[in-house]
Design a protein around this ligand. Sequence first.
Ligand code: NAG
Ligand code: NAG
Ligand code: NAG
Ligand code: NAG
Ligand code: NAG
Ligand code: NAG
Length: 458
Amino acid sequence: YFAPSPPPHLSVFLFSRFGHYVAAVYEHESILSPAPAALVERRSALELMGRNLDIYEQQVQAAARQGAQIIVFPEDGIHGFNFTRSSIYPYLDFVPHSHSGKWNPCREPYLFNDTEVVQRLSCMALKNKVFLVANLGSKQPCERWDPRCPSDGRYQFNTNVALAADGTLLATYRKHNLYFELAFDTPPEPDHAFFDTPFAGKFGMFTCFDILFFEPAVSLIRRYNLKQIVYPTAWMNQLPLLSAVEFQQAFATAFNVNILAANIHHPTLGMTGSGIYTPVKSFIYHNMESYGGKLPEKGKEQSPPSFYAEMMYDNFTFVPVWGEKGELQICVCANTLCCYLNYRRAVLTDELYALGVFDGLHTVHGTYYVQTCALVKCGGLSFSTCGQEVTNATALIDFQLWGNMSTPYIFPLLLTSGITLDFADHMGWKNNHYFLSKNRTSSGLLTAAIYGRWYEKD
Ligand SMILES: *[C@@H]1O[C@H](CO)[C@@H](O)[C@H](O)[C@H]1NC(C)=O
Ligand SMILES: *[C@@H]1O[C@H](CO)[C@@H](O)[C@H](O)[C@H]1NC(C)=O
Ligand SMILES: *[C@@H]1O[C@H](CO)[C@@H](O)[C@H](O)[C@H]1NC(C)=O
Ligand SMILES: *[C@@H]1O[C@H](CO)[C@@H](O)[C@H](O)[C@H]1NC(C)=O
Ligand SMILES: *[C@@H]1O[C@H](CO)[C@@H](O)[C@H](O)[C@H]1NC(C)=O
Ligand SMILES: *[C@@H]1O[C@H](CO)[C@@H](O)[C@H](O)[C@H]1NC(C)=O
């Protein structure tokens, strides 16, 4: 169900081994501080966060009326972003990390000071009898004897809280893979956070950038055999491979889990894309409004067998996918990875596509090792436009894509025109190669990719 936007709000039925349950995610357009670097009083920080929490409250009521048993809100949705370490301090709640399951912030507000935000969230859960997951900034005093204790005597964490339908604080998670968030500290050890529900068993929790790393996301899922994930995020979309909905779906498929993913809604910063994903079906919200992608450049070039172009800051080796009819196989290699493509253009257009390969350490905006085979639509007709961000396509291409990947952690990506999603007909391992194939996408093809994460080489 899509509510009229704004506010975007999405809720669907999900099936679990316990039967079915109803989940909601809310893509919140947060009211931001106009001067996030300025130092303010706790009172005015609470006033600003209160305005966001008023909207949360309406959404919890609306979701509960529609039968939702759990609702998930995005990262940074309550306090916003662009703070410094000291300017965020008045926005931080004290969130006891070790008291999980024993404290009901709505019923026992007097137990700890500086817990106004958690109290409100707890009361919303209690009043509407719904499980609630939200993200907030938290503080934890530390002692001089602690060698990691920052010089200002406190830890500041980017924190998710999970509240039960009676308001009890069930679990907390402190973000491990921070994305240039100078206001926050990395917790000393990765949290493996999950909570139990009567309707679907255990839900694991992690946040935003964490989705790209082994710790804690992959190890959490493995260790507790989790089938349900809640995922607050504030994700800036990056095409062709890292659009929010594209990667959220690939993660659900790769690890055979349901994901309830709530992103923040700020199209001018490239932030949108939330959804409820099962391993085989997705319900998404993606609305970029003014977002148009780059203008195509017209031009003709020579036809070398392969060429280099930068895609998402990585130096990809590409070959053009030109054949107009019949079946052709093409191949492109880099380092130890070779990618192969069999294809047939079902609807002929003058759009340029290319098959790209990258096997190396990605170092811009985070350091992580990637092995990728990607069939992408180029921004225009010249080779230099391959790897650009493109949002529309009309070509229908039947394909089989495969590569001799060296990592078992594979995220199959299939993104179609207008940032819509599709599922492959077949995917999986065969003779040490990972395969992905699709005969008829529901609309024009933007990206079909085998995105491998080689965690050990980070
Ligand atoms: C936050 O910072 C980014 C760049 O660092 C800037 O583009 C954006 O406008 C800022 N947003 C707010 C709300 O201050
Ligand atoms: C809360 O703060 C007040 C004023 O600083 C203090 O007197 C009180 O003991 C604190 N309560 C708790 C539970 O820490
Ligand atoms: C993409 O397609 C939509 C609908 O088909 C159209 O309204 C929009 O203008 C197109 N955008 C671009 C950048 O071509
Ligand atoms: C990309 O890699 C190729 C092969 O290693 C190299 O020749 C080329 O200079 C690189 N391009 C850039 C922009 O680094
Ligand atoms: C992938 O295939 C290429 C070409 O056959 C080969 O050179 C390369 O060593 C293979 N990589 C791995 C990891 O087996
Ligand atoms: C997909 O198309 C190829 C030819 O392009 C054909 O060999 C194959 O059987 C088709 N697969 C399905 C599932 O229709």
